[in-house]
Design a protein around this ligand. Structure first.
Ligand code: BGC
Length: 366
């Protein structure tokens, strides 16, 4: 090799080395699966993060988990960051189902496969798969609990819903309505806090638009404070015949606890039955203490296992197994669905402690 050639190859080696170092510096080590979750402000999603970490412990898969903190702009930024890190699969629970379409469309353009996690991303063809709990069953189970615990007839029924930007809020309410509506029609319940629901009380099946009207009126936006303020407003406006023994459809645990606190401190409310979902630790304690009547336990370990199972199938060049599909307003998205379990005071120990989901030491008075 001549002197000139030697120098060129040395320069080449240095250049390649520099490029490799630059690539590593830019993206960190290569990440194969990116995970984006909506917010750290709700225990539900912090729990999902932990369950992902537990599931990945000791595996060869490299993942990054980023939180969007309630902002679709931050969510899009997170997705771009992960694309730049070279992910092949994106597991994403959208903050806002419609708004997340833009983020997953850029993932699709980059050749990344997209798995919608728990909440469906809507009105786009850039979603490949969906892993979810049976959300219609969640709402139906909440409503059935209220029906099973109704006292006599003409009981005031307070309705609350999740955020209209979350497709699940529609599924939950749809499931609940299918069970509640016949019991409103037969006089078991009288609706206390929604003129829109009263206007639709004779309709067994509601369209998306009709659901929107009710949800728009009784939304909590998945926000415990908003739920509290709404409950206060409703009780302030309620006539005496809308108090006494009451039933409350609360969409999840965070909102259930704050709604329960408001109803529990109103002297004209003799007793209340209130629903929830997620089996958050604070709500499990509320159930044990009799402040919250029930919760719907959604075993996050199953969802994480399904999502990672799908991601690994994709990475290995296989087709993930699905059990059905959900229409997202644009396409039918192939989905894998997990069942849910109703938990109240009677079975809390068996379902959540003896099952190994939580430890007894985290609760008082079990
Ligand atoms: C989830 C619930 C959660 C709610 C608020 C829904 O999409 O399915 O588990 O409580 O969002 O974060």
């Amino acid at each position: 090799m001549g002197k000139g050639l030697k120098r060129i190859s040395l320069v080449l080696v240095i250049m390649i080395f520099a490029a490799v170092v630059a690539a590593c510096g830019k993206g960190g080590s290569k990440v194969s699966v990116g995970i984006v979750l909506p917010t750290k402000d709700e225990p539900r999603w912090v729990q999902d993060e932990q369950r992902f970490k537990d599931a990945l412990d000791g595996t060869k898969y490299t993942t990054d988990i980023l939180f969007s903190q309630g902002s679709s702009a931050k969510e899009k930024e997170n997705v771009e960051t992960l694309i730049n890190k070279g992910i092949q699969v994106l597991i994403i629970c959208p903050q806002d189902g419609d708004a997340a379409a833009a983020a997953v469309e850029s993932a699709k353009k980059a050749g990344v496969k997209v798995i919608s996690y728990d909440r469906l991303i809507t009105k786009t063809d850039a979603v490949d798969y969906y892993v979810t709990f049976d959300s219609v069953a969640v709402g139906a189970a909440q409503a059935k609990y209220l029906v099973d615990h109704a006292k006599g007839s003409g009981e005031p029924l307070y309705l609350y819903a999740g955020a209209a930007s979350d497709n699940n809020a529609f599924l939950f309410f749809q499931g609940a309505w299918s069970v509640l509506q016949p019991k409103i029609a037969d006089g078991t319940f009288k609706i206390a806090n929604s003129s829109e629901a009263v206007a639709l009380k004779d309709m067994a099946d509601l369209s998306r638009e009709q659901l929107s009207k009710i949800i728009g009126q009784v939304t909590t936006n998945w926000d415990a404070n908003e739920a509290k303020n709404k409950a206060q407003t409703h009780l302030t406006a309620a006539a005496d015949d809308m108090k006494g023994d009451v039933a409350i459809l609360a969409p999840n645990d965070g909102t259930a606890r704050s709604i329960a606190d408001v109803f529990g401190s109103d002297k004209a409310v003799t007793s209340y039955v209130v629903t929830g979902q997620d089996a958050e630790k604070a709500s499990v304690q509320y159930v044990i203490d009799g402040h919250q009547s029930m919760t719907v336990f959604k075993d996050v370990r199953s969802l994480v296992k399904d999502a990672m199972g799908m991601a690994i199938a994709i990475l290995d060049g296989n087709t993930p197994q699905t059990t059905g599909s959900y229409n997202n307003g644009k396409i039918d998205v192939k989905a894998k669905q997990t069942d849910v379990i109703v938990v109240d005071k009677d079975n809390v120990k068996a379902k959540l402690i003896e099952s190994g989901y939580y430890e007894a030491k985290d609760f008082k008075g079990l």
